[in-house]
Design a protein around this ligand. Structure first.
Ligand code: NAI
Length: 477
């Protein structure tokens, strides 16, 4: 069997396979889907283009999708988040580095932006007659490529250059220009084959709802992020783990006694604030939403504007999914050797472009994904992963058990959209609550949870079925 792929080094496959084997043990949700659906092959005929951090946990997801019958092509959704050994192991599969027999992966740690978009195009460009018919997205870049590509194509335009474009947007437009030059109807053809997309994260979901609101969504979408067993677990407990992991692997400064600012107190912010406080940091939260601000205050955190605390804090973590949270001006005012990092999906929470333009500033690489930016006066700050999500850039993202929850939702969502396509309009859906509860149920035994069962009488008294769902749709957990 021969197929195209691009990873750092297939020689890393054995190391990756050992890690995948251990991860499988920690991912009971995915492993039980393999048992439940392995024989029925519900994803037979699915050609899934996956754009999601190419980590060890994602390897278990990919191999679950193929175990259920899917064909898959995969890229990472961030230039720094790939674990090269995981990528190699997925490509090698049951073969050897000389004779790989796994899945085409296009991902390595430290891609350039050009390479990143080339890889994203690769997952949507299949050999043979047919292209991808499903997208599994994280942050929405694969979905955006199809939508913008097609929009520019039907308007009969190549994407126009604009002086205001960031480097990122410029590189993206160049990729679309290149693809349209090679095949002027490429994105219409690609989009027409796609039955649906399942989206992993808050930021990608936000993009999908915008497309649906303007009537521009080209195919149905399942919002995986807002399964309770995703956002209230991965975003919160996952970040609670990986925010510390990222800081330690990057700078290893003692967190205890330091002042840490967490910008944003949504699901990610809640996990980050709790982890930093547990390490002994004094945590200050910034928020725009009065409900989240009040929640933070009730947990005992100081809630302040960034301007009030920017000169005194030691660690800054952005978690907002919004842009321009920490500006170059803020960074100029920070304490010497303050650590600045973003855990939100995109790299525009910290104004890296503005920082690079500060007169007299110099940048020194301490090690990969750790840079010291020295201002003219001699003060410096340490920026992690160039402002990109640092829990995946400086560490290895969330641990397997929590990702098993997220990816079990992803797999169920893929089965749902692929097998029941005609039940869905070009809208954004969340999975029904009984499936959300199923995902949680699949993770209980592994951690020794003994669940209480309702009696028939109790169920009737609170108006639910003995087997669930146990809560109304509007319940917030
Ligand atoms: P969320 O919507 O629950 O929380 C974001 C919070 O930021 C909101 O409470 C909002 O009011 C606040 N906010 C917005 N603008 C602000 C501003 N200017 N100043 C202060 N606060 C502001 O979203 P969630 O789920 O917490 O996700 C946040 C980001 O993290 C998203 O980009 C998401 O895609 C990403 N994410 C990253 C993960 C990772 O492993 N690195 C895991 C999960 C999500």
């Amino acid at each position: 069997m021969s197929f195209d792929y691009k990873v750092a080094d297939l020689g890393l496959a054995e190391a990756g396979r050992h890690q995948i084997r251990l991860a499988e043990h920690e991912m009971p949700g995915l492993m039980s889907l393999r048992e439940e659906f392995g024989a029925a092959q519900p994803l037979k005929g699915a050609r899934i283009a996956g754009s999601l951090h190419m980590t060890v946990q994602t390897a278990v997801l990919i191999e679950t999708l193929t175990a259920l019958g899917a064909e898959v092509r995969w890229a990472s959704c961030n230039i720094y988040s790939t674990q090269d050994e995981a990528a190699a192991a997925v490509v090698v599969g049951k073969g050897t580095p000389e004779d790989p027999q796994g899945v085409p992966v296009f991902a390595w740690k430290g891609e350039t932006l050009e390479e990143y978009w080339d890889c994203t195009e690769q997952i949507l460009t299949w050999p043979g007659e047919h292209g991808a018919n499903m997208i599994l997205d994280d942050g929405g870049d694969a979905t955006m490529l199809v939508h913008n590509g097609r929009a520019w194509e039907t308007a009969g335009q190549v994407p126009p250059t604009d002086d205001a474009d960031s480097e990122e947007v410029g590189v993206f437009k160049e990729l679309v220009r290149k693809t349209l030059k090679a095949d002027p109807t490429k994105w219409t053809k690609v989009s027409e084959e796609i039955k649906g997309v399942t989206e992993e994260t808050t930021t990608g979901v936000h993009r999908l709802y915008e497309l649906a609101a303007t009537g521009d969504l080209l195919f149905p979408a399942i919002n995986v992020n807002d399964s309770v067993t995703k956002s209230k677990f991965d975003n919160k407990y996952g970040c609670r783990h990986s925010v510390i992991d990222g800081l330690n692997r990057a700078v290893d400064v003692l967190i205890a006694g330091k002042t840490a600012v967490v910008a944003g107190y949504g699901d990610v912010g809640k996990g980050c604030a709790q982890a930093l406080a547990a390490q002994g940091a004094r945590v200050i939260v910034t928020e725009v939403d009065p409900i989240c601000a009040l929640q933070a205050a009730m947990e005992g955190y100081q809630v302040a504007r960034l301007e009030s605390v920017v000169e005194s804090a030691d660690i800054f973590i952005t978690t907002t999914g919004n842009f321009n949270i920490i500006t170059a001006d803020h960074m100029k005012q920070m304490k010497n050797k303050a650590v600045v990092a973003n855990i939100g999906h995109f790299d525009n929470e910290i104004d890296m472009a503005g920082l690079a333009k500060v007169p007299g500033i110099t940048k020194t690489q301490i090690k990969p994904q750790v840079h010291e930016w020295v201002f003219e006066g001699g003060n410096s700050i340490i920026v992690l992963s160039e402002g990109r999500l640092f829990n995946l850039g400086n560490a290895t993202g969330h641990p397997s058990f929590v990702m098993s929850n997220s990816f079990t939702n992803q797999t169920i969502a893929q089965i749902e959209l692929f097998t029941k396509t005609s039940d869905y309009d070009k809208q954004v859906y969340v999975l029904p609550k009984h499936l959300d509860e199923k995902v949680a149920r699949l993770h209980l035994a592994a951690i020794g949870v003994e669940l209480t069962e309702l009696t028939k009488e109790q169920a009737a008294y609170i108006g639910v079925d003995v087997a669930g769902p146990y809560k109304p749709e509007h319940y917030r957990y």
